[in-house]
Design a protein around this ligand. Structure first.
Ligand code: NAP
Length: 276
């Protein structure tokens, strides 16, 4: 039987763990597929996706900075993708159309609640960043009955706009980093791309409530600067986004292949690999 092709597109993409994760899922579930990483800058996105599917590709993941472009590309969208206006998973359908989904939110919530035991109900949540990743996580967090979400971004207009888009779903406000002074949050989620360049958003002291936790969507072999910042703030837990990466990948894999892999086994393996 011919092998089915999948890929992740992003820019940069060199350090992506997605090919490894999907290979492990395929091995574990006995699926015959190949999954590659491809460096695709935003200006080449539409042509690269068209070429991938024309060559027989079955499904794509899209990461930084392509999620909003993937949303525009998808001909059909799941409800959560439609709402977020960002897509991280594209799937070729039987009728030839391309379906867009967003599995980031469910991946984050599963990792926070089930893998790390970080409660969300009635918590004051701060989301740093207003890009494609933030778009995917706001509604799923609100659906966990959080007390409120504050979105802070370098480009303030974008956080205000994002908050306005989700205001009908719950208590969401947008602001700049400087407006955070004097406030406290139970959970601070870094959804900026700053960890990729080992930078930290300009965060005022005293932001984290007692027993509060920090979560960085970014991940690496070493602790990210934001995870270290959380530890310096005496966070109850300060963790990176490796678990989210595996959980969102599992939901994408299930959409493509109809089988949900065992995520715990893969998270345990990847954690062991980066410690060594
Ligand atoms: P994106 O659409 O390009 O958005 C980037 C965001 O980061 C924007 O809000 C941008 O602010 C902000 N930013 C960039 N550099 C910054 C800096 N030096 N200081 C402060 N803010 C900065 O990217 P994305 O797709 O949302 O991805 C964001 C991060 O989430 C990446 O690290 C990505 O790897 C990670 N992620 C992880 C997972 C996972 O499964 N673990 C899933 C999704 C995303 P401006 O609007 O002002 O430019």
């Amino acid at each position: 039987m011919p092998i089915d092709h999948y890929a992740v597109f992003g820019h940069p993409i060199k350090h992506s763990k997605s090919p490894r994760i999907h290979s492990l899922f395929a091995e574990q579930t006995g699926q015959n597929l190949q999954y590659n990483a491809q460096d695709v800058p935003a200006e080449q996105f539409a042509a690269a996706v068209a070429a991938f599917f024309a060559d027989g590709g079955k499904g794509l993941n899209c990461t930084i900075p392509l999620k909003e472009l993937a949303w525009a590309y998808a001909e059909v969208k799941t409800e959560r993708a439609q709402l977020s206006k960002a897509v991280n998973t594209l799937a070729l359908q039987a009728d030839g159309s391309v379906l867009g989904d967003n599995t980031d939110g469910i991946g984050l919530v599963t990792d926070l609640v089930h893998n790390h035991g970080i409660a969300l109900t009635a918590r004051r949540v701060l989301v740093l960043g207003a890009g494609g990743a933030s778009r995917g996580i706001i509604a799923p967090l609100l659906e966990q009955s959080v007390h409120s979400i504050t979105i802070a971004n370098r480009t303030v207009d974008k956080s205000m706009q994002l908050a306005a888009e989700f205001a009908h779903k719950g208590a969401v406000t947008g602001c700049g980093f400087s407006e955070l002074a004097g406030q406290t949050f139970d959970l601070i989620i870094n959804a900026t791309a700053s960890s990729l360049t080992a930078e930290l958003p300009p965060l005022p002291a005293g932001l984290l409530a007692a027993q509060g936790s920090c979560y960085d969507l970014a991940y690496g072999n070493d602790k990210t600067v934001f995870v270290r910042w959380g530890e310096d703030q005496h966070a109850h837990k300060s963790v990176d986004g490796l678990g989210m990466l595996v959980e969102q990948a599992a939901v994408a894999f299930a959409l493509w292949r109809g089988v949900h892999p065992d995520t715990q086994a893969v998270i345990t393996l990847l954690n062991a690999e980066r410690v060594g």
